[in-house]
Design a binder for this molecule. Sequence first.
Ligand code: ASP
Ligand code: MG
Length: 424
Amino acid sequence: MSIIVAKFGGTSLATAERIKRVAQRLVDYHQQGNKVVAVVSAMGKSTDDLLRLAKSVNAQPPARELDMLLATGEQVSMSIVAMAVEALGVSAVSMTGGQVGIVTSAKHNRATISEIRADRLFDILDQDKIAIVAGFQGVTVEGDITTLGRGGSDTTAVALAAAIQADICEIYTDVDGVYTADPRVVPRARKIDEISYEEMLEMAASGAGVLQMRSMEFARNYGVIVHCRSAFTNNPGTLVKEATMESAIISGIVHDSSEAKITIRSVPDQVGIAAKVFGAIAQANINIDMIVQNISEHGTTDISFTSPINDLVRLRPVLDKAIEGLGARGYLIDESIAKVSLIGAGMKSNPGVAAKMFSVLADNGVNISMISTSAIRVSVVIDGDQTELATRSLHTAFGLDSDDVFEETQLSSEELQAKMAKGR
Ligand code: ASP
Ligand code: MG
């Protein structure tokens, strides 16, 4: 007997037909003698629909009310899946985040889990029932509903798996697993059979859309083995776990077009300027990624950094205010950039990866405008139009190409669109 937590993404729950297939999978696991907890996302794109509805009545919906609304998407899924399981003759109990004991901070729209009181969940499993849990949501100590940030159902699943010491946390999605690169951009991308937590974390942080980053932090911290796989086949996907094998030099290439490059021009080269600018941005809770400060020539310097395009609306007023009185010549925003990252734990013991990356890009006429590195990652910012050229040539140069060419026809156009939306 195993304890299995299985999370299903929106695409795998998009229609009644698909929900029945999910229910069948859960019942099969149950009949094999396992204790089964399902974590469900909202059906299809319903979270986006709810967001749009909110924005149609208020351009900046109050965070608390938005959580009240968004949490309903997962509630629809959990009850419908429970009904579908019952229709197959097995008892199921659906539970909201609050009911399953997920206590979070009060930071609405991006709450963090502080505690899981899983007693009730254990009772349900002991009664031989399948538990169906609404992903993406929790409750504050005061009893207010919160959500965990977009893609947060992954975090619910991994956190629950940690809390009940599940043997495995399966993440069912619309792709076969984690690939060496986005197969739509690099047709010779390969599915990765096994990857370490630290590499998966870097991939998620670099913009790989498959698994939410926060869920991978949980997985690493609590040693939860995650199996990311397709809801539409029975093929094994990608296992995320502690590294066991000798690491590949490069495990994957991730590209991300969701960020913009911001350059603050001619800032006086004085102590405390960077602290002032980035302090204000941090205060506004806006993420920034790469930062480059140029060498100053005439007592002024340019500061460039990247930030999500989605945050630009909030960033602009913050910047306007921060550079006021600094004497800077204003700022430029370039939304047409892409960030390309090479990730691999084997980099640590193999010098020269960055140099090889830069020369491959140079040979292909790709200009690099920013660079950042970690122990197991090298990222560059390039012109967005050269994303395909850059990722494909790097994929080949680092020996990642598969003999098979990925066929897009494996995915329906709806699934493709969902993938693209995630990748953006
Ligand atoms: N339904 C939420 C979202 O679309 C949570 C999730 O899917 O994980 O972001
Ligand atoms: Mg999702």
